[in-house]
Design a protein around this ligand. Sequence first.
Ligand code: SAH
Length: 381
Amino acid sequence: MLTAGGATQEQPLLLSSKRLLLEATVEELQAWMASQGHPGYRVRQVLEWVIQRRAESFEPMSDLPLVLRQQLALEWSVLGTRIAFHSRSPDRTDKLLLECRDGRRIECVLMAEDRRHTVCISTQVGCGMGCVFCASGLKGVERNLTAGEIVEQVLRLRNLLPPGDSVTHIVVMGMGESLANLDNLISALDRLCSAAPDLGLGLSQRRVTISTVGLPEKIRKLATLNRQYHLAVSLHAPTEELRNELVPVNEKIGLGAVLGAADFYFQTTGRQVTYEYVLLHDVNDRLGDAQALAQRLQGRKAHVNLIPYNPVAGLPFERPQPEAIRRFVSVLRDRGVSATVRKTKGRAIEAACGQLRRRLDDPGLSPSAPEPVSSMTMDGP
Ligand code: SAH
């Protein structure tokens, strides 16, 4: 059911006892199929409908016997979330607020540019890292997302694309600390990257970026998993002192351990690491910060991704001046450190981690909540 306009995000989601298709293994599905008297190949057919043909319920699976579709619908749900809010900005950015079965909400974003379709996904409800400028961590972490919930974000966003278009890149830069949920994340990404049509989208691992606050043990573990995922480490400060202020978990970790683990990732995988650096006006965007950062990174095969701050209502940080951004980039480049400035997309729809969820939870934060494309209930689990 699709209802245009009107925000339905206040409606509670009914808990359901149905099993979730995306949480089940192929073996479990095959066992269920057999128990219902259907041949095993039906499992592949069902999954291909979901993964390749964008089915969000069993109804459209026209080459399955009607009785099987009815049996499936009684016991299984294709998707485990509902779209609580969908907003679209003029720069071809779609943002979904998904409500999980337990009523908790997560955000994910689709950004389109030419033929590139990048999805940005969440790994946790909330975040436990407490970076002082970020909206996601304001209420701490509530729970890890399941592998199915991670896969589902990508499918939901892919299903917004015109037929024939597919997701070309995944960035794990939504809500949550990605590496705090490493096992579920890898299981979801491996699945999404699988070329088997009933399992995944055939995406190259090299087109997937995992962003982390920099948990050294988890970075080292990821390095030895024999994958090709791209690693982005959120540095945000060139000195221990400043990083402790902006990224409080740094007090326990230390900049040296973060960089050491990132170096290990590069040595082990051969994949160059990106360092993310949110530019905050007059906090970490000064000449001396750029010089100190260049010094830290000199000699490392690394790339710096500068992210002009996307202001969060109620937090005391501002976007940097354009001149400060230019100066920062040129200081890095002059010292041989590769650097680019991230284009900000989707500002009109709060497309930075945790911002949409927060705005909708507390509409008093701003006079203008983002415009919905639609609020809808689909295939309620
Ligand atoms: N926990 C992961 C993923 C976080 S989101 C990590 O720390 O990397 C991805 C990036 O967006 C991080 O670098 C994060 O610090 C940054 N970020 C968070 N809030 C932001 C904001 N309001 N404006 C710009 N970047 C932000």
